[in-house]
Design a protein around this ligand. Structure first.
Ligand code: ATP
Ligand code: MG
Ligand code: MG
Length: 537
């Protein structure tokens, strides 16, 4: 974990503009500390890191875009630092947009003086309408003196100041609506998590981004394609303020089916208690997918494989989990677990007397994973479904042991069962037939000797949080939340499972891959989360 796998298979033909020998390249990842990183953010971070450090020999800036104190918290900032480290993304510098509040303020004053910005108190609704219809605000031609006075009023955070905002004087009716006098400063008496109550005015993202990029020496500002319309205003700010040029470079936003990748919506899900927290295994956060069982190299490979393409697609999770499977298969030790419900006691005729314990490889192919104990005795357990499928005198295979012939099956008829008359197997007698060919049997069943300290396990499988492939803009999140997203199955596992640690990735034979979320302790069951493999879901 945390170790950077250089060989992700990423090597893009599509590079950045005008890179020269690549040593002067500076990219940046600018998260807002208003939530935990999700896998969309991971794409942005990994791409910026790829261009700065792998494709070219440049620099990467991690900049906290902390201009909206209402939504931002230290907790989120700390989690972003940790998650980037985990992903192997190493920033050369860490900065904060809030470090530039003074400069940004000075640039705003400059624009008010030069007549390239004005103060506006048009009501929000009306401003929206005017912008839609290409109508000028009645404040547009106010004098620099008036504008500066209003900006000073905003700076005090007074009730009067709160009514105003500052807008760049770009265009009234440009066909590109992003150019229609965007707001660059707002008054907000909110306490900021880094600058406290020093400022009562905060610059908008559109204003900060070009200025801070330019001041910090960024050469290429990578942004998702939804920003294409805003590239023109970005360049307008650089030109108007005579700042050093920065290239805009676009890549596609990452989207997944039945998944929301919006901090606002993810925050709602967390605050609503639909999940246990930001690191819930159902969450598309970096922490969530890790907890579900994705390895960091798999995450990097999958995301970098998407590359810098500009095609926006709604990815399905299959290929994500399939990529992960390649990574976990060689590290997943094999164990056995049997569902607890209606387990069937079995007598094995012909088994060696007493109890035999053998050392077996944890993984037949990857023997470096070490050895485990396999306990053999005449008293074993089978799962109900397996036992119920047996026919009298059928030859079956006990996995990792050998063939056996079904000699006797005892049933009970459950009067309440549906359909009526459904039988439950209550006991089975098998006779070992070790000379039988394991390749010829139709059924290979998992089993456990009762002569070992069996470990209680809870197997947990999860479903998507969202019931619709792609939410439309006016879909209400609450209408599409999946109510049933967690399935728990009680099981028992072989004695080796007692030694597993949290985060171990294993395979239970015939059940699939799991990540240990809670280790065995004081009789409390191991909790293991099913890791999808891209087949079923
Ligand atoms: P969200 O909509 O989830 O709140 P955001 O853009 O508002 O995302 P930021 O913290 O500002 O959140 O994002 C940091 C960086 O991550 C930005 O450069 C943004 O473009 C990028 N980013 C956000 N979501 C995605 C995504 N789904 N795919 C790719 N990049 C993304
Ligand atoms: Mg943002
Ligand atoms: Mg957002």
């Amino acid at each position: 974990d945390g170790e950077k796998v250089k060989d992700d298979g990423a090597n893009y033909d599509i590079g950045l503009q005008e890179v020269g020998d690549g040593t002067g390249i500076v990219t940046r990842f600018p998260p807002e500390p208003s939530g935990y990183l999700h896998i969309g953010h991971a794409k942005a971070a990994l791409l910026n890191d790829y261009f700065a450090h792998e494709k070219y020999k440049g620099k990467l800036i991690l900049r906290f875009d902390d201009t909206n104190p209402i939504k931002e918290k230290q907790e989120f900032q700390d989690s972003i630092v940790e998650d980037l480290a985990l992903m192997g993304v190493k920033a050369d510098t860490v900065s904060y947009t809030s470090n530039y509040f003074q400069e940004l303020y000075d640039y705003c004053v400059q624009m008010l003086n030069e007549g390239t910005a004005y103060a506006d108190d048009t009501l929000q609704e009306k401003m929206r309408e005017e912008r839609m219809n290409g109508v000028a605000s009645e404040r547009r031609e106010s004098s620099p003196e008036d504008n500066l006075a209003r900006f000073e009023e905003m700076k005090t955070g007074s009730a009067e100041g709160l009514r105003w905002c500052i807008r760049a004087k770009m265009s009234v009716d440009d066909p590109n609506k992003a150019m229609r006098d965007p707001v660059i400063y707002r008054c907000s008496p909110q306490v900021h998590h880094r600058t406290g109550d020093t400022w009562k005015i905060y610059p908008t993202y559109d204003f900060c981004c070009p200025i801070v990029d330019s001041l910090e020496g960024v050469t290429h500002a990578l942004r998702t394609t939804e920003y294409n319309d805003r590239d023109a205003q970005y360049q307008w700010f650089l030109k108007t303020l005579k700042l050093r040029h920065v290239y805009n470079w676009a890549f596609a936003r990452l989207n997944f089916v039945r998944t929301v990748l919006s901090k606002r919506k993810l925050t709602l899900i967390v605050e609503n208690g639909d999940v246990w927290g930001w690191d819930d295994p159902r969450m598309p956060t970096v922490r969530g997918v890790r907890r579900r069982g994705v390895t960091i190299p798999a995450l990097r490979e999958f995301i970098l494989k998407q590359g810098p393409s500009k095609n926006i697609v709604n990815l399905d999770w299959h290929s994500f989990w399939a990529t992960n499977k390649k990574h976990i298969d060689p590290i997943a030790a094999r164990y056995t677990a049997l569902a607890s419900a209606a387990q069937v006691p079995v007598t094995v005729v012909g088994a060696r007397a007493g109890v035999t314990t053998e050392e077996k490889d944890k993984h037949a192919k990857y023997t470096t994973l070490g050895k485990k104990k396999v306990v053999f005795s005449a008293s074993i357990l089978l799962e109900q479904a397996d036992a119920a499928s047996f026919a009298a005198d059928e030859e079956i295979t006990l996995m990792n042991w050998g063939n056996a012939i079904v000699r006797h099956i005892s049933h009970s008829i459950n009067p309440l069962a549906q359909p009526a008359g459904l039988k439950t197997v209550t006991a089975v007698e098998l006779e070992l037939h070790l000379q039988g060919d394991v390749k010829k049997t139709a059924k290979k069943v998992t089993w456990l000797s009762t002569d070992q300290a069996l470990v209680p396990v809870e197997l947990v499988d999860f479903d998507y949080l969202i019931t619709k492939d792609k939410l439309d803009v006016d879909d209400e999140l609450g209408d599409f939340l999946n109510k049933q997203t967690e399935t728990r199955t009680l099981a028992v596992a072989d004695c080796n499972v007692a030694e597993l640690q949290v985060d171990d990735v294993i395979q239970f034979d015939r059940k699939g891959y799991f990540r240990v979320d809670r280790a065995f302790r004081h009789g409390e069951a191991v909790v293991a989360f099913q890791i999808p493999t891209g087949k079923s879901k």
